[in-house]
Design a binder for this molecule. Structure first.
Ligand code: FAD
Ligand code: EPU
Length: 338
């Protein structure tokens, strides 16, 4: 176990922010985690668990220990007539894990292809895309409690998943290190092509009878066509959540803005496309030094080169203020701010 001091995190966050960690350590065993967490030299330091750094904005240096999770391994831990139970180490790269499942015909995660980051972060905000969220096939996870180094198992209901939400962002914030996640995947695929863009893409690909492999490919194609690749332009995907409003407020907004992009939710509320709201406020494609709003997806804030975390954060505040002023709608940041 090598603990580095004053370590640059620039290459370890997809925004490419040049923040420094007071201490930095990479861990590929559970005992490694237990060792550092019980070491008196670091006990009182703040801790930050880092996966792929694709949902974090550093607005300052991290004055504590950054623990880079490198726990690996993918195994079939159980099987029933209908399902495989696949357990993956938290440090596995999410897309590689999805490709492993797609290749082996373990169905359920194909719509979540090409999402950056690691398996361990997937339950943090119940990652979702193209009509699927991980909660749809999440079985359980194991996590180490930082306070007393005990291992705990969390079931699907324990995690209290919601839209970009889980118990780990609220009552258990900063208390657990997720060490592995087990997914319950289908032997007989239930294909989900309901998200309009998938059907169009499958048609363009000339696919008449979709499979989990062709759906995965279609999702990768769509994502690559509109989301910036962090290897080229720093970003953390959607910077804000799509806001939810009541039916009454939706009616008033729709009267004033007939083009409003919205989706009705079970229960009567509506979800608004934050990208549309931000675009209508004139932000799409705007740059301020090296910070900007992406030209193809207004929900994505970008670092073209050497923007600071604070510059991105200030820009996000201006975007939120203008959406509030024009539409009376509060945007909420999706990205974790450090
Ligand atoms: P990190 O950024 O490293 O960490 C995120 C948070 O989780 C931090 O608070 C961190 O401390 C905590 N954390 C990480 N690992 C652990 C662990 N093992 N135990 C405890 N806490 C942990 N998200 C979606 O939901 N849908 C999308 O479609 C999507 N598209 C994206 C597209 C792009 C181009 C980018 C850059 C991001 C996108 N994201 C999307 C956001 C991001 O990919 C996900 O949130 C992803 O799960 C983050 O994983 P990570 O390993 O990079 O987490
Ligand atoms: N739109 C605009 N202008 C824009 C962007 C979007 O008008 O600049 C409108 C369009 O009408 C479009 C609609 O918004 O049809 C929805 O856009 P898109 O399909 O790109 O999805 P999104 O709502 O912007 C969400 C997730 C993404 C996820 C996609 C696909 C959130 C916050 N974002 O984006 O997740 O990949 O759907 O399912 O829910 C992420 O979380 O980082 C992320 C990228």
């Amino acid at each position: 176990m090598v603990v580095r001091e004053n370590f640059s995190l620039k290459k370890l966050n997809t925004f490419g922010i040049d923040a420094f960690a007071k201490y930095y350590v990479e861990l590929d065993t559970l005992t490694g985690f237990q060792e550092i967490l019980s070491d008196n030299a670091y006990k009182t330091e703040q801790k930050l668990i880092l996966g792929g750094g694709s949902n974090i904005l550093f607005t300052k240096d991290f004055n504590g220990v950054v623990l880079k999770n490198k726990l690996k391994g993918i195994t079939v831990v159980d099987e029933t007539a209908d399902h495989y139970f696949i357990k993956a180490g938290a440090g596995e790269v999410w897309h590689e894990f999805v490709m492993h499942c797609v290749t082996n015909n373990y169905a359920g995660l194909e719509n979540l292809s090409l999402i950056p980051g690691c398996v361990g972060a997937s339950p943090m905000q119940n990652i979702g895309a193209y009509g699927v969220e991980i909660k749809d096939c999440f079985h359980e996870l194991e996590a180490l409690r930082i306070e007393d180094l005990t291992l705990h198992t969390f079931s699907n209901s324990d995690c209290k998943f919601g839209y970009r939400e889980s118990v780990f962002k609220h009552e258990y914030k900063n208390q657990f290190i997720i060490t592995s996640v087990t997914y319950r995947l289908n032997k007989r695929p239930v294909l989900n092509t309901s998200y309009g863009a998938i059907e169009k893409e499958l048609e363009a690909m000339g696919v008449a009878a979709p499979s989990i492999q062709t759906i995965s490919k279609a999702v990768c194609n769509i994502r690559s066509s509109k989301l910036p690749d962090p290897a080229q332009i720093g970003n953390a995907g959607s910077f804000f959540k799509n806001p939810e409003i009541t039916a009454d407020k939706h009616k008033l907004l729709k009267e004033k803005f007939p083009e409003l992009v919205s989706y009705s939710l079970a229960g009567g509320n509506y979800k608004l496309a934050a990208g549309w709201l931000i675009e209508q406020c004139g932000w799409k494609g705007k740059t301020f030094g090296d910070a900007g709003v992406h030209k193809l997806q207004a929900l994505v804030l970008v670092n073209y080169n050497n923007a600071t975390g604070n510059e991105i954060y200030q820009l996000s505040q201006k975007v939120m203020d203008s959406v509030k002023e024009k539409f009376g709608v509060d945007l909420e940041r999706e990205v974790n701010i450090i």
